[in-house]
Design a protein around this ligand. Structure first.
Ligand code: C5J
Length: 220
């Protein structure tokens, strides 16, 4: 066991029972011309977490612990994309439309893939998910239980949407959740702060939050 300095109080980390989940570090969210940009967002905010996220992934790889990557994307025929999700808002391009990196958020298209800086290596799980939460319509829970995982460290984007949704899903399934503060980001910095406040409030009602360096020290 290792103690991680965390909010709202120290997290007791059990490395053999821990996995890292890197949420949706995809070109469509992080690079210019992708889905995030078509919604009017400044993607440079998200790009700032790439070095810290790479350090966190390296820490887990060095420790021989599982790293799981998720990608928010849909089947080419959009059969797993509810019309309400596709039609919402006023983006310049919608899910499934042809964009600068192929069809927006469609499985197998360049834009839906993980950014090169954080690309999965052989043996790491890559899960395509149609929802915001990574447990919805995926085998994530079964994969984690098979590996004996009870604790999850979270990184990725965006903090208040797919990261927070997945942490809440995980918390309800009994996992202890720790968010890596400098390896997650939002297009809206005030939403990141609010999400971390919500997650850690009321005695870690959803989970804990800690710095990447402290987490890496604990797993190695
Ligand atoms: C969003 C995500 N924000 N990965 N997706 O639509 O957070």
């Amino acid at each position: 066991m290792a103690i991680v300095e965390a909010r709202p109080f120290p997290f007791v980390l059990d490395p053999p029972a821990t996995a890292l989940i890197v949420i949706d570090m995809q070109r469509d969210f992080v690079e210019p011309g992708g889905f995030g940009a078509t919604l009017g967002n400044d993607v440079s905010l998200l790009r700032a977490i790439i070095p810290a996220t790479a350090a966190l992934i390296k820490g887990f790889r060095d420790a021989g612990l599982p790293v799981i990557h998720t990608r928010e994307c849909h089947r080419p025929d959009l059969s797993d994309c509810p019309p309400a999700k596709r039609e919402r808002g006023n983006p310049s391009l919608r899910i499934g439309d042809e964009g600068a990196m192929g069809r927006i958020l469609i499985s197998g298209e360049p834009g839906a893939d993980i950014i090169p800086e954080l690309y999965p290596i052989k043996g790491e799980t890559v899960l395509d998910k149609p929802g915001k939460g990574a447990f919805y319509a995926t085998p994530l829970d079964e994969i984690l239980r098979e590996k004996g995982v009870r604790q999850l460290v979270f990184a990725g984007v965006t903090t208040e949407v797919c990261v927070q949704t997945t942490m809440r899903e995980a918390n309800d399934r009994g996992y202890e959740c720790l968010l890596a503060i400098d390896a997650t980001e939002s297009y809206f910095p005030e939403f990141k702060k609010a999400a971390i406040d919500m997650i850690t409030a009321q005695g870690a009602i959803v989970g804990w939050a800690a710095a990447v360096d402290d987490i890496v020290r604990a797993v190695n």
